[in-house]
Design a protein around this ligand. Structure first.
Ligand code: HEC
Ligand code: HEC
Length: 273
C-alpha cells in the first residue's frame, strides 16, 4: 500500500508543501516490491518467494535435483553454501550476469529477469540469502546429455549470460508512468514464461503453450486475484504449470501488487492489443 500513498502524497507535496529545508519528497512512487514488514529478512524472503529463488533453489536454499537422463545432470545451486564464499558485490553480479566469480556461465538460472531489479529489492534479497545457515551438499555443475546438447546446438536452450545479453536490457510494453509498478513486477516474474513482449508462445517442443498475457483483460478483479493465488481460473479450471507458480510464488504478492499487475495488463491490452 505504501507506494500508492507515496504516489498520492508525493505530487501534492511538490506543489503545495513548499518546505525547501527538508529532504525533497519523492517525485514518483518507489518502483519496487511493497515493504510490508519492518523485518528485513522477512521482506527479503517474500521477494525471494515471488521471484522464484526459493521455488527453484528450495526453501532452505540447499538446491534441487533437476537431472533428466536424456537432457542433463543438472542441479539448482546450493545457495546456502555458495553465498558465504562471495562478497555482496560478487553475489549481485552472479545473480544479474549469470556467471560465477570464476567466469563460468550458469545454465537454467534466469538472470535476465533480475537485471532490472530495484536497488532496494536486490538489497532485500542479499539480506535474505545471507540469513540462511549452510546446509546440505554442494552439487555438480551441469553435464549435458544428447537432448540437452541438441537443444543447445539448435539455440533452444541458452546459457544465462547469453539470455542476459539478449534480454537483460528489454522491458515489456510501456503503459505509462501510472503502470510502472505493474510493469516492473511483470518483467521480473511473468516474463519468464509469457516472454518480454507478453505474447506467450511455446518455448520448446512439447511445452505447455503460454497464452498472450493480454488475456488478463478478460478477468474481473476478484477472478484475477483468485487465479494468481490459487491457479484456479474462471470456470473452475485448475491450471497446470500456471497453478504451480501461482500457489508456490504468486500467492506471496500483496493485493496491491496484484491489482497493479492487472491494471498494467489491461492498459497493455488496450494500447497494444
Ligand atoms: C527457474 C529456476 C531458478 C530461479 C527462479 C532462480 N534460480 Fe538461481 N540458479 C538456478 C540454476 C539451475 C542454477 C545452477 C546453474 C548452473 O549450475 O549452471 C542457479 C544458480 C544460481 C547461483 C550461482 C550459485 C553457484 O553455486 O554458482 C546464484 C547465486 C543464484 N542462482 C541465485 C538466485 C537468486 C537470488 C534467485 C532469485 C532472485 C534465483 N537464483 C532464482 C535456477 C534458478
Ligand atoms: C513458470 C511459467 C509461468 C510463469 C512464471 C507465469 N505463467 Fe501464466 N501461464 C503459464 C502457463 C503454462 C499457462 C497456461 C495454463 C497452464 O498450462 O498452466 C499460463 C496461463 C496464464 C493465464 C491464463 C489463464 C486462463 O484463464 O486460462 C494468465 C492470465 C496468466 N498465466 C497470468 C500470469 C501472470 C500475471 C504471471 C506473472 C505474475 C504469470 N502468468 C507467470 C506459465 C507461467
Amino acid at each position: 500500500m505504501r507506494h500508492l500513498l507515496a504516489f498520492l502524497v508525493g505530487p501534492l507535496c511538490l506543489t503545495a508543501c513548499g518546505d525547501k529545508s527538508g529532504t525533497p519528497p519523492d517525485a514518483a512512487p518507489p518502483v519496487a516490491f511493497v515493504r510490508q514488514t519492518a523485518d528485513a529478512v522477512d521482506h527479503g524472503a517474500r521477494v525471494a518467494n515471488v521471484l522464484g529463488c526459493t521455488g527453484c533453489h528450495g526453501a532452505d536454499l540447499a538446491g534441487e535435483d533437476w537431472s533428466d537422463p536424456e537432457f542433463a545432470i543438472m542441479w539448482t545451486s546450493n545457495l546456502s553454501r555458495f553465498v558465504p564464499t562471495v562478497t555482496d558485490a560478487q553475489l549481485r553480479t552472479v545473480i544479474t550476469h549469470g556467471r560465477r566469480p570464476d567466469g563460468t556461465a550458469l545454465w537454467g538460472m534466469p538472470s535476465h529477469l533480475f537485471t532490472r531489479l530495484a536497488e532496494r529489492d536486490m538489497a532485500a534479497l542479499v539480506v535474505f540469502l545471507r540469513s540462511k545457515a549452510p546446509t546440505g551438499a554442494e552439487h555438480p555443475r551441469p553435464v549435458f546429455k544428447a537432448l540437452g546438447q541438441k537443444e543447445i546446438a539448435e539455440g533452444l536452450f541458452k546459457s544465462a549470460p547469453v539470455e542476459v545479453a539478449e534480454q537483460g536490457g528489454l522491458w515489456p510494453p510501456d503503459a505509462g508512468a501510472d503502470h510502472a509498478l505493474g510493469r516492473y513486477i511483470v518483467r521480473a516474474t511473468c516474463a519468464e514464461c509469457h516472454t518480454m513482449t507478453l505474447r506467450g508462445g511455446t518455448p520448446y517442443p512439447g511445452a505447455e503453450p503460454r497464452p498472450d498475457l493480454r488475456i488478463a483483460a478478460a478477468y474481473d478483479d476478484a477472478a484475477f486475484n483468485r487465479m494468481l493465488r490459487t491457479g484456479i481460473a474462471p470456470g473452475e479450471r485448475k491450471l497446470a504449470l500456471m497453478g504451480e507458480v501461482a500457489r508456490g510464488r504468486f500467492r506471496h504478492l500483496t493485493d496491491a501488487e496484484i491489482a497493479a499487475i492487472l491494471a498494467y495488463l489491461r492498459a497493455v491490452a488496450a494500447k497494444d492489443p
